[in-house]
Design a protein around this ligand. Sequence first.
Ligand SMILES: *Cc1c(COP(=O)(O)O)cnc(C)c1O
Length: 222
Amino acid sequence: MTSAISERITTIRESLPPSVRLIAVSKTFPAEAIRAAYNAGIRDFGENRIQEAASKQAELQDLPDITWHFIGRLQSNKAKKALELFDWIHSVDNLKLAQRLNQLAPQLGVSPQVCLQVKILPDPNKSGWSVAALLADLSDLNQCKDLQIQGLMTIPPLGLNETETMNVFNDTAKLAREIQQQNWSHLKMQELSMGMSGDYRLAVLAGSTMVRLGTILFGQRT
Ligand SMILES: *Cc1c(COP(=O)(O)O)cnc(C)c1O
């Protein structure tokens, strides 16, 4: 298993532009899988459950230079724990959550990196801002000065064809450029967290800076 992970990482890393950050999504896989990926050079790991991440982090304390990325739905009552455990939160999906994180961050002495999750197409199965709702909230988000808002995150709805998927990624990149042109003092739009195992090649073509890959590195989740 260890050598399979290592080989897959090498192949995929070589296929990505060097500027694209490869986040290994280790959810459901044990700490040993993370260790294998670490030994193959990965330093960015994505998890979507607080409790699961906490127990793996406890097992991996001897690997101090891991950057942890939270990519799941974050409930407000877990915001504090998320800030304690994660360097990045990709899935900030509403203003209230952003404000809660902004309030907690200085109390905890952290300065989290954040992406704003957007839904380019309506999708009842996903959380996130619609484009219009995000544009309406930018002024309030710009006030969240204890967050380092770095860009946008998106997950296309299930069942799209390649063209439709590409459109979602291109529209996300375009939205980030539009926001950037508004020159907000505290909203950076240099990161695009987009692309999973099935669609990361398209995401990279559209300008993704962070791909979140699980299955293609670790195998099927059970
Ligand atoms: C699980 C998950 C991934 C990884 O998905 P794969 O298809 O296994 O690569 C990426 N992003 C998010 C938000 C996820 O929940």
